[in-house]
Design a protein around this ligand. Structure first.
Ligand code: SIN
Length: 327
């Protein structure tokens, strides 16, 4: 990478680009500020990188769609082969950032750094975290050691791998955590420390980007649930389902009986947990019923991985489990 790297910024909106119009208002609108504003602020602060912006969307990430995911993926993919681009930063709302990050991590090569960044406070809030997170993302993307670590998220001075990133708090600038790996590095506008070496140098994309996203519902466990809690989620074309179970991916007997029936019919059933933290490992019942254990992935990210696998024609239990076991 040259002394002043060329970084492509793909903007999608979110709180990082949001404004309230008054620092004292609680309500705000995401995706109001163009990426040129961040590029201008970074330039004024003397950041040593050539930043070029492109707007993919200007929305709250709750409205993200497979079409926007595809546009992001295709822009990143093209940048991988573009000698004028050294690294990519994606500005994104925090609500679904972990899903976008994992999807891109699974479907893009690792030859150039890709960094997702967001903010928990709008751009005109007192103590906004947006510009700091953005400058941190530029520092990470500019670093010669950033490639080969897969897609990363940069929030609150921490670098978290896409696979590990979780939004764990509804508010507060420290809303993100990494699980099972806490973070893979720390960053400030003036410092960067990696914890360990890149582990995926030169890795090709592991999976094709889905031509279509298969229907994969999430069944959220609750006390007293009955079979209809599963059945109301099913469509004729449902070939995969994620259980957001109690504790270590647990559910009432009546639910496991229903899920076992579905697995016997070829529906891939992944046991994840509604609990924020902790592994869901394989249990004897998984072999008995043909279930898959989500391991370190929470339900929303387990759904993304299962959609990618199904879209790539992978539905055999041991192959699906191997993908959930791969870090
Ligand atoms: C969003 O995800 O777009 C809204 C919340 C945020 O960015 O923090």
């Amino acid at each position: 990478m040259s002394a002043a790297p060329n970084i492509l910024i793909l903007a999608t909106g979110g709180t990082i680009a949001g404004t309230a119009g008054s620092a004292l208002k609680r309500d705000y609108r995401p995706g109001q500020i163009g990426i040129e504003s961040f590029i201008g602020q970074a330039g004024a602060l003397g950041v040593a990188a050539n930043l070029t912006g492109r707007e993919i969307a200007a929305m709250g990430s709750e409205d993200i769609t497979p079409e926007i995911w595809r546009a992001l993926h295709d822009a990143c993919d093209a940048a991988m082969d573009d000698s004028q681009v050294d690294a990519i930063i994606i500005t994104h709302g925090t609500d679904t950032a972990e899903e976008t990050a994992l999807l891109l991590d699974l479907t893009l090569p690792t030859n150039k750094p890709i960094v997702l960044v967001g903010a928990m406070r709008p751009a005109d809030a007192v103590g906004t975290d947006g510009i700091r997170n953005f400058l941190n993302a530029v520092r990470v993307a500019s670093d010669a050691d950033a490639a080969g670590r897969g897609v990363m998220m940069v929030m609150s001075d921490r670098i978290i791998s896409a696979r590990d990133a979780r939004k764990a708090k509804t508010t507060g600038t420290d809303a993100f955590k990494g699980f099972p790996r806490d973070s893979i590095g720390t960053v400030t506008p003036s410092s960067l420390d990696w914890f360990g070496e890149p582990w995926a140098k030169g890795r090709a994309a592991r999976f094709d980007f889905p031509a279509a996203f298969p229907h994969v519902p999430i069944c959220h466990a609750y006390a007293g649930m009955q079979r209809d809690a599963v059945d109301c989620l099913l469509r004729e074309e449902t070939h995969g389902l994620v259980l957001a179970g109690f504790g270590e991916g647990n559910a009432p007997r009546v639910i496991f009986d229903r899920l076992a029936e579905l697995a016997a019919k070829g529906v891939v059933v992944v046991r994840a947990s509604r609990v924020d933290e902790g592994l869901v490992d394989r249990l004897p019942m998984d072999d008995e019923h043909g279930f898959v254990a989500a391991r370190g992935l929470g339900p929303a990210k387990a759904r993304i991985l299962l959609q990618v696998l199904l879209a790539n024609g992978i539905s055999e239990m041991s192959e699906v489990q191997a993908a959930f076991d791969t870090r």
